[in-house]
Design a protein around this ligand. Structure first.
Ligand SMILES: Cc1cc2nc3c(=O)[nH]c(=O)nc-3n(C[C@H](O)[C@H](O)[C@H](O)COP(=O)(O)O)c2cc1C
Ligand code: FES
Length: 639
């Protein structure tokens, strides 16, 4: 891997790589992201390589392992270029056919994606509805490059932004460009990136540090992981440009240790960039020196908070500290330190290459560019989606997500991670941007988006997030340590049928205190899930407290099952499926559920044949008395 010593040599290198690649030669790409890996992409890859060899096509067909495409639930994904033919759920047994089809430029019908709404088969990846409402400027290259190959990145224009910044722009011009682009931090708060860079740059103190935050502790979120695993050079390039602008010569990439592939791929990327002269001393002959180390995090949610993360990098336990002075001025070892999220850094090369005007043309007045969300929950298409700021929540849920499965009704969408908020159906036409989501009581967060259907209990949802936050609170400050626990106890009581008049008001009061007095944003934002569910779903809280009723039939202590003797046909299905042996009866005897043994698993309710409709689920009302033993003989044909 020869060193490139100037922008001209980088361009020469790019031309050389491109000259060796025939754009018309079929290239079978196999997604090797974590999702597809779990579906067995390694085996698919091995089978495809074997087949190419077996069919004597090594010179005629290329194979490339890529990062996550986003549509993980359809893994293993295989896309054949240049036609961009997309196959879903590919298995090792399909290898021979896939290789043959790539050579002959034919399409394998049975491996195509079928649109569940129209029943139509879709050939090209970009025509799948999940993709064609997206704008994948940051995430898009994941599917085109092997994350372990710097040449793949360079071939697509990689490192030309760094080259431009170092050779054609002053430090001030780089910061000015990022400011004009309107880039705001993607890690949660949406703080203007250029302004943060400026502060670190202007603060007196050496050395200055730049850091990538790839802690990503939000349950269900994996955007940063997929970028780091799938396109680590884009993050590295953004970081190096930032270091140049800020005047930093030392950077850290903080990755949670639970992301071994991200750690591996970014480690390889650093080594390759160093060998190429794109990191280290005298980068591209500019005289600028910059080196990067990977720091593996210990996996606590709170360690993603800026001061906690920097404390961890110093070698201490990753707990937050008071931030009377921002970390951008006094961070690692009290030196000016600029921390940005993975996605924030990955946006920087795009801004430098295409210019602030282009970038600012995407998005809304106050939120520019795109945002990657991990769309999960009760939605047909789950996965990673990159959308322009300003898209409506409805478009994400229905056009990209394909709506709610099983004909159920939409109830809410939760954005912003565990400290975010739940947005109800009446606000589905709200636009996704930092300020709009905050106005609704939620926040952008780092990009978790959980869709909930009518079977979700909003009180239980608030309880779930508070449970997570109580567990993850570092315990250093009293309002967060004790306050969240108190709120959790109240919510647990409400879900358990022990709620009392005044609980809602008490939750609101506690929220205010915790928000105003906590040491860090974990505590300060923890009340969000409670406050938004009270704001938008107060009737559900009241049903739990006043009527001891869970409208969604989720809170087990408020739900009962019984068998309607007039409808039971003694088919034995529920009896056999009951794991607690709580159902008694015989082939000719009406079944009865013993309430003292019932664990409320709901198996009997789910399995009772709809034509009988004998198992009843109730909440907020007493279970009718069961028939005495001697009246349970079944007279068939009553139906
Ligand atoms: C409890 C807590 C956890 C956080 N976790 C993350 C995280 O995993 N990733 C992240 O980028 N930011 C996280 N943040 C936000 C960071 O403190 C910081 O604002 C962010 O990394 C700055 O980058 P940005 O300006 O690019 O958004 C967290 C904040 C808090 C309070
Ligand atoms: S891991 Fe393959 S599409 Fe996400």
């Amino acid at each position: 891997m020869p060193r490139v010593n100037s922008p001209a040599e980088l361009e020469e290198r790019r031309q050389k790589i491109l000259s060796k690649r025939d754009p018309n030669k079929p290239c079978i790409t196999i997604c090797s992201g974590t999702g597809c890996h779990a579906y067995g992409s390694e085996k698919v890859n091995a089978a495809l390589e074997k087949e190419v060899k077996k069919q004597g096509l090594k010179a005629k067909v290329d194979i490339r392992r890529t990062g996550c495409h986003g549509f993980c639930e359809r893994g293993t994904l295989v896309v054949i270029y240049p036609e961009e033919i997309c196959y879903v759920h590919v298995q090792p047994e399909d290898a021979a056919e896939v290789v043959r089809s790539a050579k002959e430029n034919k399409v394998i019908d049975r491996l195509l994606y079928v649109n569940p709404t129209t029943g139509e088969k879709v050939i090209h990846e970009s025509e799948i509805p999940f993709y064609n409402y997206q704008n994948r400027i940051v995430f898009g290259n994941n599917r085109r490059i092997d994350p372990k190959s710097i040449d793949d990145y360079i071939a697509l224009g990689g490192y030309s932004a760094l080259s431009k910044a170092l050779s054609q722009m002053t430090l001030e011009e780089v910061i000015e460009e990022v400011k004009r682009a309107g880039l705001r931090g993607r890690g949660g708060g949406g703080f203007p990136t250029g302004a943060k860079w400026q502060t670190t740059r202007d603060t007196i103190g050496e050395p200055k540090y730049v850091i990538v935050n790839c802690d990503e502790g939000d349950p269900g979120a994996y955007m940063d992981r997929s970028l780091m695993e799938g396109n680590p050079h884009s993050v590295l390039e953004g970081l190096t440009i930032g270091a140049y602008a800020i005047g930093s010569h030392e950077g850290f990439i903080y990755v949670r240790a639970e992301y071994p592939l991200a750690v591996e791929n970014v480690g390889i990327a650093i080594q390759q960039a160093e060998r190429c002269g794109l990191l280290g001393k005298n980068i591209l002959g500019s005289g600028f020196d910059f080196e990067v180390k990977v720091h593996r995090g210990a996996g606590a949610f709170v360690s993603g908070e800026s001061s906690a993360l920097m404390t961890a990098i110093e070698g201490n336990v990753g707990e937050p500290r008071p931030k009377y002075i921002h970390t951008s001025e006094k961070g690692i070892r009290d030196r000016p330190s600029c921390l940005n999220n993975v996605e924030t850094w990955a946006n920087v090369p795009l801004i430098i290459t295409n210019g602030a005007t282009w970038y600012a043309s995407i998005g809304t007045e106050g939120s520019k560019g795109t945002k990657i969300f991990s769309l999960v929950g009760k939605v047909n298409n789950t996965g990673l989606v990159e959308v322009p700021m300003g898209i409506t929540l409805r478009d994400i849920v229905y056009k990209i997500g394909g709506g709610i499965p099983g004909g159920k009704k939409f109830k809410a969408v939760q954005t912003g991670g565990p400290s975010g908020g739940c947005i109800p159906e009446k606000l589905l036409d709200s636009r996704v941007d930092f300020d709009e989501l905050a106005r609704l009581g939620s926040m952008m967060g780092s990009g978790g988006m959980i869709v909930m259907d009518e079977d979700t209990c909003m009180v239980d949802t608030a309880r779930y997030f508070l449970d997570f936050l109580a567990d993850e609170s570092c315990g250093k400050c009293t309002p967060c340590r004790e306050g969240i626990k108190q709120m959790l106890d109240i919510l647990t009581d409400i879900c358990g049928g022990r709620g009392r008049e005044g609980d809602i008001e008490l939750l609101e009061e506690l929220s205010e205190v915790i928000r105003d007095t906590s040491l860090c944003a974990l505590g300060a934002t923890a009340p969000n899930p409670v406050l938004t569910t009270i704001q938008y779903f107060r009737d559900e809280y009241e049903a739990h407290i006043k009527e001891k009723r869970c409208p969604a039939y989720v809170c087990k202590e408020l739900v009962s099952y019984y068998i309607d003797p007039a409808k039971c046909q003694a088919c034995m299905i529920c009896l056999r499926s009951c794991p607690a042996e709580a159902i008694s009866g015989g082939k000719n005897q009406i079944h009865v559920i013993d309430q003292s043994k019932c664990t409320k698993c709901g198996n009997c309710f789910d399995l009772c044949p709809p034509r009988f409709d004998a198992v009843k689920r109730i909440s907020g009302e007493p279970v009718p008395p069961s028939l005495p033993e001697d009246e349970r003989a079944l007279v068939r044909g009553k139906e």
